[in-house]
Ligand binder design. Structure first.
Ligand code: F0G
Length: 469
């Protein structure tokens, strides 16, 4: 063996990690040629949401509804009780949510935004303010649709792409207090608290911060509503980063997180390890009755809310699997593994790396493209052409326009999200992904901006179309 060859296979200083499962069934994927991908992205208006999934090699568009279910979840599907009313799967799901999340009442919904809709309509009045630790697209939409105004109260550090802050998702209590003093607590129906803040890069909130928020809000008679979509991933970060929690189980941390809040909306398509589903969970009975009345209009009867019986059974099983330490540590470590490679290779990403995704910093990746020419949108399209890896823009397109002035928001963060489906891709896929990004980084100077040629009215990032400048 030559010395060079040996260097290629250096023995690592720490033991490698591996997926805590083995493969029982496979789904073939294909790799197209570069020319085919160029055609396909042009046809899709340079919007990765508009690509056909068949034309994608490794799909990192989202971690939402893209998880692989376990053999036990597939077995649970066979236990579906597809009754219109009172399915046993519903009761099993409710008991599981009560056991692991700790809330008293559960309203099932077809997915997260169904729960956001019902919560917003039930609690927000015209002219209210809804402070939150950074916006999420659908969450903010529903808050504003109900007549509220979203106010960002996340710590400043969250808006910086690079930071050494380990809890970039934290709420800035001074910002909240300032708002309370300005508008009065009676204009604030609740604080919208997101765990593992998606738009900040999958960044966790510390237990200490949640506790302090809860104390503040209880003192001022303001509710705290959790977006529990990635609360289990947040629990992992608390266990591994925050002092005093190392010996705790993920399940007990999840329950403690929820105990600082009055209710939660949940997109079960993430932490819940299912392909569809969600719920609204709350402690207040009056609010529960109101939500239950509304769910029958928009989602389905209050004992299925848009989910099939089998989906509810798979979710109950998914929650039990998601709090397993071996699973969740693999989940987060897989993302960290790629993040470390990219950082080592000097590629600009959001740091510290979060729980569900790597975020490329398009402002530093493509510094020659002005934000008005959609650098992150362009970068996502270029990465697809380079490698068949599908990602998503999280920058000026996702931020949309100010509803009152019609002006574009100019978010500080202009990012491309590489989001990891749970239990789907292997470490070899991770290597390919990192190498593809690095290859594109070498060619970054050749990449030019875009112009928007079609802009939908709501949540424009899903369907907007672009042309090359
Ligand atoms: N809240 C958060 C934090 C989310 O990330 C999402 C969805 C939702 C609510 C809405 O849930 O999709 O089930 O209606 N996020 C997906 C994503 C779409 O790709 O980040 P949903």
């Amino acid at each position: 063996m030559t010395g060079e060859k040996r260097a290629k296979h250096q023995r690592p200083t720490t033991r490698s990690w591996a997926e805590p499962f083995k493969i029982k069934m496979i789904e073939p994927i294909k790799m197209m040629t570069r020319e085919e991908r160029e055609k396909s992205i042009a046809k899709s208006g340079y919007n990765t949401f508009l690509l056909d999934s068949e034309d994608v090699y490794i799909d990192l568009l989202t971690d939402s509804g893209t998880s692989a279910m376990s053999d036990r979840q597939w077995a649970a599907l066979m236990m579906g009780d597809e009754a219109y009313a009172g399915s046993r799967n519903f009761y099993n799901m409710v008991e599981t949510i009560q056991e692991y999340y700790g809330y008293k009442f559960v309203v099932p919904t077809h997915q997260g935004r169904g729960a956001e809709h019902i919560l917003s309509q039930s609690m927000i009045k015209e002219g209210d303010y809804v402070p939150g630790n950074m916006y999420f697209t659908t969450t903010k939409f529903h808050q504003e649709h109900a007549g509220g105004k979203f106010v960002d109260i996340i710590i400043d550090e969250a808006h910086k792409a690079t930071s050494s802050c380990l809890f970039k998702g934290n709420v800035d209590l001074e910002k909240l207090d300032k708002l309370v003093k300005e508008v009065g607590a009676d204009k604030i129906p609740y604080v919208s608290l997101e765990t593992n803040v998606n738009m900040a890069g999958g960044q966790p909130v510390s237990m200490k911060n949640m506790k302090e928020l809860s104390e503040y809000c209880r003192k001022h008679g303001i509710a705290v509503m959790l977006d529990a979509t990635r609360a289990i991933e947040n629990a992992y970060f608390i266990k591994t980063r925050e002092e005093g929690y190392a010996d705790r189980t993920i399940a007990s941390l999840l329950k403690e997180i929820c105990s600082y809040t009055d209710g939660a909306t949940m997109s079960a398509k993430k932490d819940g390890l299912v392909n569809i589903g969600g719920f609204l969970a709350i402690n207040d009975e009056e609010l529960f009755v109101k939500a239950k009345n509304m769910v029958v209009v928009y989602e389905g009867l209050h004992t299925y809310g848009g989910m099939a019986g089998r989906d509810m059974e798979a979710l109950a099983q998914g929650i039990r699997e998601a709090v397993d330490y071996d699973y969740i540590s693999y989940r987060v470590k897989q993302v960290q593994y790629i993040g470390e490679k990219l950082e080592d290779w000097g590629i600009p990403i959001v740091t510290p790396v979060g729980g569900h995704a790597i975020y490329l910093d398009a402002k530093r990746f493509l510094p020659h493209i002005a934000q008005k020419d959609f650098p992150a949108q362009r970068l996502a399209a270029a990465l697809y052409v380079e490698s068949g890896v599908r990602t998503m823009e999280r920058g000026i397109v996702s931020a949309g326009r100010n509803a009152e002035t019609g002006e574009n928001y100019h978010p500080e963060l202009e990012l491309v999200r590489l989001t990891f489906p749970r239990r789907v891709y292997t470490q070899s896929h991770c290597d390919i992904i990192a190498e593809s990004v690095a290859d594109l980084y070498d060619k970054r100077d050749e990449i030019k901006g875009l112009k928007m040629v079609y802009e939908p009215e709501n949540l424009r990032f899903f369907q907007a179309r672009f042309e090359l400048l």
